[in-house]
Design a protein around this ligand. Structure first.
Ligand code: GLA
Length: 379
């Protein structure tokens, strides 16, 4: 963390001949359980991780935003009174500015530099991190209040309507509201949050398969459409409103494909509630089993895993000290997550890296993650 702060300060000084007046950051996330449930108004349990997007900035007297991306080694510039869609990383900043303006907030211009250590496209929500860091940057140079849930909803609006990825609320909400030391069980309808802690003596290891997805891929939207079809069949707003009993009584009325999609979502909500109970009771074994069940359902019923994710999860589950493992995020590539004994975390990471490389020829990245706070001002 302090390393990225140092990089921001150094680059800012190089570009603007003084220190930034303010530095903001917003985290990526790993979802422990509750996958593909957020857009079904269901339950999720992400935690904000110690990998973030950082922006160092100073205000400008005009309506311009000018930013240098350290990672892409490129400048971008846009005017707040003439926002137009284009392509490139700056669309997340522009889209966030647009969403804030649409909500009635008067924005000030600013200039700065940005960098981050959330790997892009890996399922750890680098885009939500960038959206929330941008919101925080505008907050620092404008005069609106910081309401984390509102900022998350505007981040989602940016993602859906400006960037064009039809994602749910989970990623932006955890990047905005994350709490140090806690995962959050989130009701994606009411947006109520419940902080929950990991069982004593356990750690979370994120395992990047090094295969990638894009949200604009048709797979995600297709799953959403199938879930909506199932909800329509049951005459409810979202699959969250269908109980297991109702589902079992009527599932034969659905096509096999739509039935399996709905079965994943409905069973995943149940697993997420049970996972929160397991965490409250400090029951690592049960939490691990539920994570395993989640992955199997995502693999067999929802069909959003790929070979790399399945291989990674199989290898992780074979290691001693591993309670459970599953894919995390949207799927079709990206990261898996494991719950392991803290004392075994380092040796677990080594063994999984070794075995995964042997099986796939890909060099994975493994990180032991800490739960951190949501979007904030660093200095
Ligand atoms: C992506 C989306 C989220 C959520 C997950 C799947 O990360 O951005 O809104 O739908 O996939 O749980």
């Amino acid at each position: 963390m302090s390393n990225l702060k140092h990089i921001i300060e150094t680059k800012f000084t190089e570009k603007f001949s003084e220190m930034p007046s303010v530095i903001v950051r917003a985290p990526g996330r790993v979802n422990l359980i509750g996958e593909h449930t957020d857009y079904n108004d269901g339950f999720v349990m992400p935690m904000a991780i110690d990998r973030s997007m950082w922006i160092g900035l100073r205000p400008r007297n005009d309506q311009k935003v000018k930013i240098y991306s350290i990672d892409f080694d490129v400048w971008a510039e846009f005017s707040l009174d003439a926002l137009e869609k284009d392509t490139g990383f700056q669309e997340y900043l522009k889209g966030m500015a647009w969403a804030l303006q649409e909500a009635g907030h008067q924005l000030g211009g600013w200039e700065g530099v940005m960098t981050g250590d959330v790997p892009r496209g890996s399922g750890l929500s680098s885009s939500a991190a960038l959206e929330l860091a941008t919101a925080r940057a505008f907050y620092e140079v404008s005069s609106f209040d910081w309401n984390p849930k509102e900022m998350a909803l505007l981040g989602q609006k940016c993602e859906n309507q400006w960037v064009g990825a039809n994602t749910g609320i989970m990623d932006q909400l955890i990047s905005a509201t994350g709490q140090k030391g806690y995962a959050l069980k989130i009701d994606c309808r009411s947006l109520d949050l419940e902080p929950v802690t990991l069982p004593q003596g356990t750690a979370i290891v994120v395992m990047d398969t090094m295969t990638r997805h894009a949200h604009t891929d048709s797979g995600y939207n297709e799953r959403r459409a199938q879930c909506e079809e199932a909800a329509r069949h049951f005459g409810v707003k979202a699959l969250r409103d269908v109980s297991r009993e109702q589902f079992n009584a009527h599932k034969h009325e659905l096509s096999d494909l739509v039935m399996r999609r709905a079965r994943h979502v409905i069973s995943e909500d149940v697993r997420t509630h049970k996972a929160a109970e397991a965490m409250r009771a400090g029951d690592a074994a049960l939490l691990g089993q539920l994570m395993n069940g989640s992955h199997d359902s995502l693999r067999d019923d929802f069909e959003v895993t790929n070979d790399a994710l399945n291989t990674m999860v199989d290898i992780a589950r074979k290691q001693s000290g591993c309670y459970g493992a599953r894919m995390t995020g949207g799927g079709f590539g990206g990261c898996a997550v494991a719950l392991v004994e803290s004392d075994a975390a380092e040796s677990f990471a080594k063994a999984v890296s070794h075995d995964y490389f042997k099986a796939t020829g890909l060099e994975p990245q493994l990180y032991v993650c800490e739960a951190t706070e949501g979007a904030s001002t660093v200095s």
